[in-house]
Design a binder for this molecule. Structure first.
Ligand code: URA
Length: 490
């Protein structure tokens, strides 16, 4: 006579483990056990309480099995519980080394299931896009996502860590996950219609995607594998894909006619649009691509992460785009400025306006090729006051600096220069977390973040503001001398 076990949820590992332990202890073979989830149709056997679990330790289960089981149980395959139980049974009934038999059909299948679940989790981390919704209680960020497997509960923690300071909901066909800034709650699934389709950030995402799209590298199969079509409609940037694919042959032909120059040869230099990070939690929860084994990929993932953050400070919303760092990973010198100015905001590159031109001149005089240095800013958006036709630079305050700081620190950790150079007070504050005075720190090397040495000097725009010409020349020469000292030190 068999027994039916009814689990409270489709991926409830604790309930499965307790029941499975009881079944093993009661000597119930896999073919005598039927696994169901509350709400499933009744099966062959009558549902009953699972046999009492044996006291922990009465039989030993390899940790590798439990780790595999905890992931594989989230797979949507209806046989997962039974398959897991069969593997457990075999491990406890004379095949303790089963996990090491990589070719065993049960292990092959469970391993493939765990892999699929992990991949699904990765897609969820990468492709969830929040939209802002005004509610009576204030702004809530809502996202629609269709996972392949039962991963909502398991992945909720990832989003809590990453968006701790926001109020958000992720709605899937099976489940909804809600975070109010303090507590996580799970509810029933919903429909795509419950999530608004559009918000202001979308045109920027589209422009970004169109800009990084290189028709000569068009591989529709690979694109679909990495970003399956079903996610496309949740992601504003992908609205461009059909048009871009249709245009690709013509653009490639034009490219060839021009002598083979690819329109966008280095996609990683492009910058995604702005969705800066929540006030806290930016440093946590690297996504699965975010690995130090490949800092370029990690930096790109970091940029995507910043761009995917749903809370934008007001000034970031008014900016044209975020301006990210530029230069080689592992550069000997990493220069950190304050924030993009008017021209940087339009071009999407750091230090290309008046201060940037002065900086370039000083770098050249100091013998530092700019393209060998990594140049970035503490704050990634242009903060300005609109006055008639002009946009007047507004200095970032301590809150703005703190807001972007975790992101900057991770950028530092990825570039890992020999020497960090703070250009001015904002950068010095962002890098040290302290309100140090530039004029006191200038020219010395102090401890910076990530255990890296930090050198401080003035911001090039300070030189532009010196009123007297002689004093300006003196200050400029001193700045060049600082750059020389930094280069020698690096
Ligand atoms: N000032 C900065 O600090 N950074 C820029 O990119 C431009 C001006």
């Amino acid at each position: 006579m068999g027994v039916a076990i009814v689990l409270p949820g489709p991926a409830d590992f604790t309930a499965w483990r307790n029941a499975a332990r009881g079944l093993v202890a009661a000597g119930i073979a896999p073919e005598q056990a039927e696994w169901r989830v509350t709400g499933d149709n009744p099966g062959l056997f009558a549902a009953g309480p699972p046999p009492n679990a044996t006291p922990a330790g009465a039989f030993r289960v390899p940790r590798a099995f439990l780790e595999l089981a905890e992931i594989a149980i989230r797979h949507r395959d209806g046989e997962r519980f039974a398959l897991l139980y069969r593997a457990l049974w075999r491990v406890t009934q004379g095949e303790p080394a089963l996990m090491q038999v990589a070719t065993d059909p049960d292990i092959v299948r469970l391993t493939a299931m765990a892999k699929a679940v992990r991949r699904d989790a990765h897609k969820m981390h990468a492709f969830v896009r929040f939209r802002q919704v005004e509610t009576e209680a204030g702004i809530r960020h809502v996202a629609w996502f269709e996972p392949e497997h039962h991963i909502e509960e398991a992945e909720a923690g990832f989003f809590v860590r990453r968006f701790a300071a926001l109020r958000w909901s992720i709605v899937t066909p099976r489940r909804s996950v809600h975070w109010d800034g303090q507590e996580i709650a799970f509810g029933p699934g919903g429909s795509r219609a419950e999530v608004p389709p559009d918000d202001a950030v979308e045109p920027l995402w589209r422009a970004y995607y169109a800009a990084i799209f290189n028709p000569a590298r068009l591989k529709p199969g690979a694109m679909r594998a990495e970003m399956p079509r079903k996610y496309w409609r949740n992601m504003p940037e992908t609205a461009e894909i059909p048009r871009l694919m249709a245009e690709a042959p013509r653009r490639v032909a034009e490219m060839v006619a021009r002598g083979g120059a690819a329109p966008n040869p280095r996609p990683q230099r492009m910058r995604p649009p702005a969705q800066p990070e929540a006030p806290s939690g930016v440093g946590e929860g690297m996504d699965l691509l975010d690995t130090h084994a490949d800092p370029e990929a990690a930096l790109a993932a970091l940029l995507r992460e910043l761009a995917a953050r749903p809370d934008l400070p007001d000034f970031a919303r008014r900016a044209t785009q975020p301006v990210f760092g530029e230069g080689p990973i592992g550069a000997r010198l990493m220069f950190v400025g304050e924030q993009p100015g008017d021209e940087e905001d339009i071009q999407g590159r750091p230090f290309v306006g008046p201060a940037g031109r002065l900086f370039d001149r000083a770098l050249a005089e100091a013998g530092v090729p700019r393209d060998e240095a990594y140049v970035t800013n503490a704050v990634k958006h242009f903060k300005f006051t609109p006055t008639g036709k002009r946009r007047l630079h507004q200095s970032p305050d301590a809150g703005d600096i703190a807001h972007y700081r975790p992101f900057l620190l991770r950028e530092v950790g990825l570039v890992r220069p020999r020497l960090l150079v703070a250009l001015g007070a904002t950068a010095l504050r962002a890098l040290t977390g302290k309100a140090l005075r530039v004029m006191k720190t200038r020219g010395t090397v102090i401890d910076g973040p990530e255990g890296l040495p930090l050198f401080a000097t003035v911001h090039p725009s300070f030189l532009l503001r010196v009123p007297d010409q002689d004093a300006q020349a003196r200050e400029y020469a001193r700045f060049v001398e600082d750059l020389r000292t930094a280069a020698a030190r690096a």
